[in-house]
Each structure stands twice: as C-alpha cells, then as structure tokens.
Design a protein around this ligand. Structure first.
Ligand code: FUB
Length: 474
C-alpha cells in the first residue's frame, strides 16, 4: 500500500477539468454506477434524500496509478435507485492545488455544506486537506479558505494527509479526522468550519489503522470505522484492506477496537462510510466489480449494515443486488402512532406498544424499543390498527422481530382492511416482504378504512413478532 501511494505521487501530473454537466441518469444494483468508475464514497442524508459524494477513477486500463481529477454526487430517495448529478467539484475548485482528487466528505453546518477533500497542493509536501463550501448539497461549491486546512506543515499532521471525515456532535462542536500511512489524526474545528481549533491529536486505540476513517454516533456511542491492512484477522495480503471499527464514549477517544465490519473487497483499497436513512443503516464502499474495473478503476456499492443489540456491528454481506428499495418514512405521514393497536395474541412478557412507538430497530433482534411477539402461538396471527375516523392508507412498512429462539421471521403475510362487513386483502398489494433486519414495504391501492390488519403466518414450529409497523397516509 505504501508503494501504491508513492507510485501515485510520482506519476501525478494531472490536467484540470471543469465540472461536466451530466443529465441525471438512474442506476440500481451494485456497483451503482457502471458507465464510469467511482471511488471513496461518503454518504450524507439531507431531508428525504441520501447523497453519495465520490471521486472518479479515470485511470486507463492497465495503469497502476490513480488518475482522479473530480468529485461527483449521486442521490437516491430509496437507497436502491440512484441519480447521477455529475461532477460538482474538481481540483480546479482549489486554485492552490493541482491533482489527486482523492477521498472527501460533505458536512452540513451553518446552513451551508462544507466539502472536505484530499487534494494534492502545489506547495511543499504532498497531499493536503482542502475545504469547499456551497449553499446546497449539490453546490455550486467554491474554495472556502484559499489554501489547505491541513498540510504537511501542520504540526503533528499525518504521514499522509488524506481521507477527511467530519463529525458534528449534539452540542454543535465539529471534529475533523483524517490520515493515511498508519497515521490517524483528529482535531476540533472552529465554528467557521475552515480552521482547526486547538492542537492536532493522535487518536489512541485504533488498532492497525491504515487510512480512510469514518466517524459517526449511534445511541450515544461514537464509532470510528477505518481501513486496516494487517494480516491478523483483516486480510491475508496486506496490499488489500478491511474495515475495522472502534468505539468510544468521547469523540476524541480513547478508542476501543471492536473488530472487522467489512471484509476485504475486490479492489486493494477499501474505503467506506456509514449512514442511517429511513430507519435503516447502510454502508457505502467501493470495489473493483464494474466491467473493466480494477484497483485504480473502482466502483461504489451500497449494502445494508446491521447492529447487534449490544451496539456492535455485524459483518457486512457484500451483494451484487444492493439493498431493497426503502422509501418507508421517506415521504408520507405515518398514521401508526395515532392508532390503537390490538392483536390475536401477545406474549405476557412482550408488548403490543412496540408496533407504533416510533422505534427504528437496528436489527430484527433489537428489543430496545420493545417487541411484539406471539410465542407460543403458531399458524396465522394478526395485529391491527384502529383509528377513530377513517384514514386513507396505501403503504405499510413492517420490521419483523426475530429472537433466534421461538420467534422467527414469518413464512408469509398479508395486509387486510375492514370493508365495513369483513376483513379482506387490500387491493393490488405488492409482495408482503418477510426479510429480517430491514423495513419491508408493501404498497397497495389506497383504501379508506378505520381498521388495518397485518395477517401473519408463521413457519412451522415458530411463532412470529413485529418490532415496528408503519402505515402511511395515501
Ligand atoms: O482514492 C485515493 C485513495 O485511495 C483514497 O484517498 C484512499 O482512501 C484510498 O481509497
């Protein structure tokens, strides 16, 4: 990996290019773009939209160097289908830089969007951290500082000043993390987001850190995920890398290493980001899986990320299909909280209140917002919502409970409504999904009713359960 970056440095004399204007195009499945190469993805949720900021690999086939001159933006409203917004910044955005549009991340603050980038400055040293700013997630972006935020001249900077990740805590304090060549670094940012506030620190406890940090917070716990390339449970060939992660109770650590969350991918570099969108966690990363792909012709992929009840992350399953569409909660009003729930049966130690208490489960085993279960009943059971006045409903989203004991994911389900004299299936319903660890969305022709029912049929020898059931106004 060291050789790789050095080779890039020697070969990096790149022309500036202007942002291309690209007609938005739709993509789906993994990799999410196959018409050109994308790398170093950084996700960001703004409203109902999930953005991915990514570099573009332009290296011709057979080239053993990065050729990267621009940063691009993709967006989605369901984490499954993507729109290409083209290049929104490039090395020319920074008049003091000349090449190497490496990894970046966008952070919203002060009503603006700050795009922190790795870029090769023309001053002394090699890679720097630059920061551009724009008024919308799509820009236009302009240099926010007139020079690097971090360079080789910054006291205690990393051996390779790349891969910025910015995190803003609940108290409004923002932090910058970055680094490569085994040198992780962290610093507070001033409220203006373009100056470091205090000394650069060296995070403690990030076992085998190599590059590509990604910082986030979940349930009060801080997570720092990063690329490692050790051969002790990470990869068998140190030219490749995995994603390890550590947790802390303070944004500046000390950190406790928790394990590997993403195994090696098909490219030598491994760069990832984590985001919660519509109640579901996702990991975005890159690989070499697009046609003609390679270590310098990488492609961005998206997959589901699941947490265990103790806050640890489950290892990611890398797919070629990508996650199922997840528009749940993204648009539409969830009518469930205003409904009264009832059921054919609930176990005395479980709770019907789980259905509509607004929880966002981390996994199908996550009981932190209560769980509805009907053990030891089997066969077909139901849960139901009743409203005092009729509601028009055309979509539900169900997060199933699975305790790995007597309760398993169901064999099948159906959405029904009270038509005034009987319960009947809602018309035109899409498949009633029974996947674990995600919201299963079922759409149907709108019905106006006071009672909506979820009929659940168990697998033989198991009971069933639900962690959250959302019902959306048409
Ligand atoms: O894309 C260039 C560099 O490769 C990134 O900055 C690193 O994280 C690695 O992915």
């Amino acid at each position: 990996m060291r050789t790789r970056h050095r080779a890039v440095r020697l070969g990096a004399v790149l022309a500036l290019v202007a942002s291309a204007t690209v007609t938005p195009a739709a993509f789906a499945a993994n990799p999410i773009v196959t018409s050109y190469y994308t790398a170093d993805p950084a996700p960001l949720v703004v409203g109902n939209t999930l953005y991915i900021y990514a570099g573009r690999d332009e290296a011709p086939a057979g080239t053993d160097n990065f050729v990267m001159r621009e940063w691009r933006v993709l967006s989605s409203t369901d984490a499954a289908t993507w729109t290409d917004h083209g290049a929104r910044a490039n090395v020319g955005t920074f008049p003091w830089a000349g090449a190497d549009a490496w990894a970046s991340e966008v952070e919203p603050k002060n009503g603006k969007y700050y795009w922190y980038t790795s870029v090769n400055g023309t001053g002394p040293g090699w890679m720097d951290i630059g920061v551009a700013v724009g008024d919308t997630p799509l820009g236009p972006f302009r240099d926010a500082k007139g020079g690097p935020l971090v360079s080789d001249g910054t006291p205690n900077s990393s051996g390779l000043n790349i891969d910025p990740t910015v995190f803003t805590d609940d108290d409004g304090q923002s932090y910058l993390y970055w680094g490569g060549y085994w040198g992780a670094r962290a610093a507070k940012l001033k409220p203006n987001m373009v100056e470091l506030d205090g000394p650069v620190t060296t995070p403690q406890g990030l076992a085998n850190f190599w590059e590509a940090p990604w910082m986030f917070k979940r349930n009060g716990l801080y997570y720092l995920m990063y690329a490692a390339n050790d051969t002790n449970g990470c990869v068998t060939d140190s030219n490749y890398a995995c994603q390890r992660y550590a947790t802390a109770t303070n944004p500046l650590g000390p950190w406790t290493h928790r394990g590997v969350v993403l195994d090696r991918v098909s490219s030598t570099t491994n760069h990832a980001g984590v985001v919660q969108f519509n109640g579901q966690y996702y990991i975005v990363y890159h690989n070499a899986n697009a046609p003609g792909g390679g270590n310098f012709r990488r492609s961005v992929a998206v997959d589901l990320l699941h947490f265990n009840a103790d806050g640890t992350m489950r290892k990611v399953t890398q797919t070629t299909t990508g996650p199922p569409p997840n528009p749940a909660g993204g648009g539409g009003t969830n009518l469930a909280p205003s409904a009264t729930a009832s059921t054919s049966y609930v176990s005395a130690w479980e709770s019907l209140a789980a259905l509509n208490n607004g929880g966002t489960p981390a996994s199908s085993a996550d009981r932190s917002n209560l769980a509805y279960g009907n053990w030891p009943e089997r066969g077909t059971q139901w849960v139901e919502y009743q409203w005092p006045t009729a509601k028009s409903v055309n979509r539900v989203a169900t997060y199933w409970f699975d305790d790995d004991q007597g309760i398993d994911l169901p064999a099948s389900c159906a959405v029904q409504y009270w038509n005034g004299s009987a319960y009947v299936d809602v018309p035109g319903q899409s498949a009633c999904g029974v996947a674990g660890n995600a919201f299963n969305t079922t759409t149907f022709t709108a019905v106006t009713t006071t009672r909506l029912r979820l009929s659940i049929t168990s697998k033989p020898d198991f009971s069933t359960g639900v962690l959250e059931w959302q019902a959306f106004q048409a």
